[in-house]
Write a protein that binds this ligand. Structure first.
Ligand code: FAD
Length: 498
């Protein structure tokens, strides 16, 4: 398989040099204070983001036909479902990442954040993520032919005071790096001779807010870490360790079947995770969590995982398109998603596509998952490779599928084009959902058409592991994850704090 893939890639490798020579140029040198403008002799596909949707697009997009420019503040893809495992060291951080420059060397990657977009003029203004020594952050603009918005969402705080300042999130790899360090520090602090009993109990109280898959998986994996590794290294502290899951609803894992929800609650009862249902956090201070009924909870570490909110760039795009504004009437701006048609084109914009968590298909809402984002990215890459013609009927007719010229001419002349030349709308194939509960137990909801099957326990855990290892985006990552699991089984998790 590896030999076959290498042989397939060889012709691509030979094209690299030619492409760089012919490729993107800068329109000015930026000395006049104006942003540098990127130009190309091929249509430019601007991809915003390097997450699940953008990455699956970048992997397969045809860079012979288009200059693909990827703008994202992080230069790598993150395998988000394993972030909880990396926060406690079951797998190493780097095993979850793939640099965009490796994913597709023919794509121009620029480490920047898109700050403004004029969807009418097709201009995107971007600001570098890293600053020069004197604090300047260079700006540049991309005049695109097709824009693919795949910026995902950010963690929602629901305006709860203190969350931003005192809580840990689990969205980016930097979040889990900080969290892992803090967990190690908490144990070292608690083990110091001068630490009082009260301080020790506070330091070792880990609170997770949010009973969705992320919060549940983190609570379960943290319990594994405490019972499996820390109990051997800090036996005297074990009586003071507590893991609490705070959930505003009356159950956890609400997207799973009732049976699996009950199974998850039962597993947590057995493994000692304290699940508190129907509690709402109203404020977080440096060492206390305040609940709606006035109760104050002392804590050492609080992990916030309660849902997502729109990024500013998505709100800005939505605000300039009347069709988008209309769909948002009466809603909270933080819940903005870009309304797309069945071909994932942003309603009311030309040659603009939105994928993944930041998009919403009108009338057919899809879950905000990696599964959806990955399938959408691959779908759009295939459409683009089949000859999407910017500006020529891109919005008024479905994507040309078999013969780009036929549908482009058809749409120009206003003549009907044979349906066989059109692509099919995006169809999401749901394979189900999984969540790890700790103690080598997981819950799996398998879907085949309308039939739903439940699976829980050790077999589900084995399935969870095999799915996650096969879903890794490269052979390198698959091997790294397998090594990490074997290493953890034999030697335990690394406890060094740095
Ligand atoms: P993201 O993957 O979030 O990527 C967004 C990208 O946009 C990032 O690269 C970001 O840096 C970039 N960006 C942000 N702002 C800008 C800007 N202004 N300009 C340019 N780029 C920008 N889903 C599942 O299906 N199964 C699971 O088991 C699962 N587990 C999860 C566990 C965790 C801890 C988390 C956080 C999520 C999990 N999800 C899971 C959900 C899944 O990760 C998301 O649905 C998925 O990441 C959405 O993909 P996306 O491409 O839309 O956005």
């Amino acid at each position: 398989l590896i030999a076959k893939r290498t042989l397939k890639r060889l012709p691509n490798r030979a094209r690299i040099t030619a492409q760089i020579n012919k490729g993107m140029q800068r329109a000015n040198n930026g000395d006049d204070g104006q942003p540098i403008s990127l130009q190309s002799n091929k249509p430019i596909v601007l991809v915003l983001g390097s997450g699940w949707a953008a990455h699956s697009l970048i992997k397969v997009v045809d860079t012979d036909k288009y200059d693909v420019v990827c703008v994202s503040p992080r230069n790598h893809f993150v395998f988000t479902p394993m972030l909880p495992s990396s926060a406690i060291g079951t797998v190493e951080f780097r095993s979850l990442l793939e640099p965009i420059r490796i994913s597709n060397p023919f794509v121009t990657y620029l480490e920047a954040e898109c700050t403004e977009i004029d969807v009418g003029k097709k201009h995107a203004l971007c600001r570098a993520q890293i600053a020069y020594e004197d604090g300047r952050r260079p700006q540049f603009e991309v005049i695109y032919d097709i824009m693919v918005c795949a910026v995902g969402e950010m963690t929602a705080t629901f305006g709860v005071p203190g969350v931003m300042e005192h809580c840990y999130f689990m969205k980016e790899i930097t979040d889990t790096v900080g969290l892992r360090r803090r967990i190690g520090e908490s144990f070292e602090l608690a083990a110091l001779p001068g630490t009082t009993e009260e301080d020790r109990r506070k330091a070792l109280h880990f609170c997770v807010v949010g009973g969705g898959p992320t919060g549940v998986e983190f609570a379960g994996t943290l319990r594994d870490f405490v019972r499996g590794d820390l109990s051997r290294k800090y036996p005297e502290l074990m009586a003071d360790v507590k893991v609490t899951l705070l959930q505003s609803g009356q159950t956890i894992l609400t997207s799973f079947t009732d049976n699996l929800q009950n199974r998850a609650l039962e597993t947590f009862r057995k493994t000692g995770v304290d699940v508190r249902l129907g509690v709402r956090v109203t404020e977080v201070t440096a060492n206390k969590i305040k609940l709606k009924d006035g109760e104050l909870i002392d804590y050492g570490i609080c992990v916030w995982s309660t849902g997502n909110a729109a990024r500013p760039i998505v709100q800005a795009i939505s605000a300039q398109i009347p069709e988008q504004k209309a769909t948002m009437e009466g809603r909270n701006p933080a819940s903005t998603k870009l309304a797309v048609d069945p071909f994932l084109r942003i309603e009311g914009a030309t040659d603009a596509i939105a994928l993944g968590d930041c998009s919403r298909m009108a009338g057919r809402p899809l879950p905000a998952t990696a599964q959806v984002a990955g399938q959408q990215g691959a779908y759009i890459a295939r459409m683009i490779n089949r000859g999407y013609v910017p500006g020529r009927g891109g919005l008024t007719v479905p994507f040309p599928c078999r013969r780009a010229d036929a549908s482009a001419n058809g749409s120009q002349n206003g003549a009907a084009v044979d349906e066989k030349y059109y692509s099919k709308p995006f169809q999401f194939l749901s394979l189900g959902a999984m969540a790890y509960l700790g103690s080598d137990t997981a819950v799996t909801q398998l879907e085949a058409g309308k039939a739903v099957f439940d699976l829980a326990g050790y077999v589900s855990f084995l399935l969870w592991r095999s799915v996650y290892v096969t879903k890794q985006v490269s052979t390198r990552n698959r091997v790294l994850i397998l090594f990490d699991w074997v290493k953890t089984r034999i030697f335990g998790r690394d406890l060094s704090v740095f």
